[in-house]
Ligand binder design. Structure first.
Ligand code: 5GP
Ligand code: MN
Length: 337
């Protein structure tokens, strides 16, 4: 845990007037929820602030308050560069390594602006001026809530900010079922509920938005593509580009697919591989002690958390899967724990 004092954060905020908030490539619910919660809060305190994402994010996050002002670096590079040039403070949320932002990461690493990291991923890089980092936090949204409260802003947490925070807390905890959920997480949820948010609406806005294609793609993954390897307590699913095209894949359509095999008794390690332009994107999830952050770092140029991590492979799908299955043999003892 690395948390600088609130007096330092307050002093930095006092002297910062143009603020930019950035989050990781392919932003998820926690990335957008935390960024937009902080955006709405800072705006209320009178700051000039904007959110820049490295690329686009799923449509089911478009309802988040503040969504309209988000600048997509891939689509609006000139505008984003202008904002970064003017910024005297950059918040980096839900990641801790500029490589997670592709080209936007290179731009930020060159920026002289002060940087604040708010994050809960393992092994943070040392690029920030101030840190609010805790791997034990369920989500970056939990940390942003703590951060706002620590700055004395609890009264400013309105329905808009609360719905952003609730989104990240819900999506990063599998709807409050992971071991990262603590009594404090539920105390935060209680506070958010006091603002009058409707959690059934938020749940539906995030989860009940499948297109028919997405639903059928999920069915296809489970009936045709899931490989179960009981001897390793593992299962994996692969999708190549033509399969994605067949189901008219849209960004976000494969989110959560990796978790389904956990419903099979005895499965403790799940992997999902999908073909992107020039690489294979990998997602890893585990139950219990098997550390997928280390696994992803060591073998798939990635990282994340102990029980949820991602990475990539530059080999083709067949070679990637051959390598993955060979690794299962190598890790057989750890997987049996
Ligand atoms: P997902 O499998 O949903 O893409 O990612 C799971 C977790 O691992 C998320 O917390 C995400 O931030 C992290 N993660 C995903 N891909 C990468 C990667 O390429 N590098 C690192 N360091 N973390 C990743
Ligand atoms: Mn997160």
């Amino acid at each position: 845990m690395q948390k600088d004092s609130f007096s330092k954060f307050k002093a930095l905020l006092r002297r910062s007037h143009s603020i930019v908030i950035v989050t990781h490539w392919s932003p998820d619910g926690d990335a957008m929820g935390s960024s937009l919660a902080l955006y709405n809060y800072l705006k209320k305190t009178g700051k000039k602030v904007s959110v820049i994402t490295p690329n686009d994010y799923p449509e089911f996050l478009n309802w988040l308050p503040g969504n309209k002002q988000v600048v997509d670096f891939l689509k609006q590079e000139k505008k984003a560069m202008g904002l970064i040039r003017k910024a005297d403070l950059i918040f980096t949320l839900d990641f801790n390594n500029f490589k997670r932002l592709e080209k936007l990461g290179d731009v930020l690493s060159q920026s002289p602006a002060a940087k604040v990291m708010i994050d809960h991923h393992q092994q943070p890089d040392a690029y920030a001026t101030l840190y609010y980092h805790d791997v034990k936090a369920s989500s970056t949204c939990e940390l942003v809530h703590e951060f706002i409260v620590g700055l004395g802003g609890k009264k400013l947490i309105d329905k808009h900010i609360a719905s952003c925070l609730y989104t990240g807390l819900m999506t990063d905890t599998g709807s409050f079922k992971y071991d990262s959920v603590t009594p404090q997480t539920h105390r935060i949820i209680a506070d958010l509920l006091e603002t009058g948010i409707r959690i059934s609406d938020i749940h539906s806005a995030i989860y009940d938005t499948y297109s028919e294609h997405r639903m059928r793609l999920l069915g296809y993954c489970l009936t045709e593509k899931m490989v179960v390897l009981p001897e390793f307590s593992a299962a994996y699913i692969t999708l190549n580009a033509s399969e994605l095209a067949r189901f008219q894949y849209q960004k976000g359509d494969t989110e959560g697919v990796v978790n389904y095999p956990f419903a099979i008794k005895g499965i403790k390690f799940c992997a999902f591989f999908s073909e992107a332009e020039d690489k294979i994107k990998a997602s890893f999830r585990s139950k219990g002690k098997f550390d997928v952050n280390q696994f992803a770092r060591k073998h798939f140029s990635g990282g994340g958390h102990i029980n949820a991590a991602g990475g990539k492979s530059d080999e083709n799908m067949d070679a990637t899967i051959l390598r993955f299955v060979a690794l299962l043999t190598e890790y057989k003892k750890e997987l049996a724990n």
